[in-house]
Design a protein around this ligand. Structure first.
Ligand SMILES: *Cc1c(COP(=O)(O)O)cnc(C)c1O
Length: 391
């Protein structure tokens, strides 16, 4: 019940025990095409270029940024937690000129704050996280696509922690590139990064294919500098997933099976229903921890549905509580990073763990552990409050 990775849906584990086939086997190429269509629905986009990058979520981030950014390009990163810092670090490694704006951990940006920064920095790319699990905040994105278009910038978003559990509208919000992972609300293991690119973003990436490297056969000289990574060269990866199926890496077949099943489970439930389920269980945990006397971290109005952070009470050894939850009850909860390391607990309800039994058992166990740690929660208070929410 931590902030991810989470317990994998058993259906995904079963799908991942399927036998492998060759990478040009018609069954394999058909499955790749199906995965593209499924993730278009998950991302709510008509983007042709919607596929998987093999690797954890960070591989998706790195592929997006190294393919979009040329050395010297200006990037703006609105930072509201640890993963914003990660975007900054990766963009720096791409040789970009990185500018940041920050709000204190536990808050999000207004569109006006972002627009003001965009207007002064004039970036080619704005890179932002949707749900930053380190602070549990969910950045509203609905207006940012418009802001970026007005200032002729591309909008990139890391939706790893939020996709599937919080609304995400790639096309309606005008987000140009989105990357994600399976190990949060998509109920899968880490190791595959679904991505989608708008035609505007595809144009930028395709402009960086190069004749001298033998990467172009279309007569175009290429407009930009060659992408610095081979594995994460999205122009090459798009050729591999596209109709020409030009050989690049060997697709991680088992992860493909997993990602395919994650999307099927989510879409069978329905995206709106999945968001509502995450919101319901998130509210139950929130009510439960508050009833146990714990103070919630950050701006609750902008909290992600699928994770809550609470302050470790004064005089309580936070790490001992986490250890007891794990060893005595078999339940993992998280702490956080940087300024919040050891000072908060983070409890997730994501993917397969966004379930009533998981929430109630966690709250019951937490009450016992808290009591032994020296606090005096009212007996049954957490479970009671959660049951109130479930009605
Ligand atoms: C969990 C998380 C990741 C994880 O990246 P991995 O490479 O899969 O470990 C990335 N971004 C955000 C916002 C996350 O919350």
């Amino acid at each position: 019940m931590g902030p991810g990775p989470i317990t994998v849906d058993p259906r995904v584990l079963r799908a991942m025990s399927t036998q492998l086939v060759g990478q040009y086997d018609p069954a394999m190429t058909a499955l790749m095409t199906e995965v593209m269509a499924l993730y278009r629905e998950v991302f709510r986009t008509a983007n042709e270029q919607t596929f998987l990058v093999d690797g954890t979520s960070r591989a998706g981030i790195e592929a997006a940024l190294v393919s979009l950014l040329e050395p010297g390009d200006r990037v703006l990163v609105p930072v509201f937690g640890r993963f914003g810092l990660l975007l900054t670090e990766i963009a720096e490694r791409c040789g970009a000129e990185v500018h940041t704006v920050e709000v204190p951990w536990g808050e999000v940006f207004t569109p006006e704050q972002v627009e003001e920064a965009v207007a002064s920095v004039r970036p080619t790319v704005v890179a932002v996280v949707q749900g930053d699990t380190s602070t549990t905040m969910c950045q509203p994105l609905a207006d940012l696509g418009e802001v970026c278009r007005r200032h002729d910038a591309l909008l990139y978003c890391d939706a790893t922690a939020s996709l599937g559990g919080n609304p995400f509208e790639t096309d309606a919000w005008g987000v140009d590139v989105v990357t994600a992972g399976l190990q949060k609300c998509l109920a899968g293991p880490s190791g595959s990064a679904p991505v989608t690119l708008s035609p505007r973003a595809v144009d930028v990436v395709q402009g960086r294919r190069h004749v001298e490297a033998g990467l172009r056969t279309d007569g175009d000289e290429g407009r930009g500098r060659r992408i610095a990574s081979n594995y994460f060269d999205l122009a090459m990866v798009m050729d591999y997933w596209g109709p020409r199926r030009l050989n690049h890496h060997t697709e991680a077949t088992t992860m493909l099976y997993g990602a395919h099943e994650c999307a099927r489970i989510l879409l069978e439930e329905g995206l709106d229903e999945a968001h509502a389920r995450h919101a319901r269980h998130g509210r139950a945990v929130l009510a439960g921890v508050q009833a146990l006397g714990l103070a919630v971290f950050g701006d609750v109005a902008h909290k992600m549905t699928n994770v809550v952070a609470v302050w470790v009470p004064d005089g309580v050894d936070g790490e001992a509580v986490r250890a007891s939850m794990l060893t005595d009850f078999g339940i993992e909860i998280g702490t956080s990073f940087g300024p919040l390391a050891g000072r908060v607990w983070r409890i997730g309800t994501m993917g397969y763990n966004a379930r009533t039994d998981a929430v109630l058992t966690t709250l019951a166990a937490l009450e016992q552990v808290l009591r032994r740690a020296g606090t005096s929660p009212r007996p049954g208070a957490g479970v009671d409050a959660a049951l109130e929410v479930y009605g």
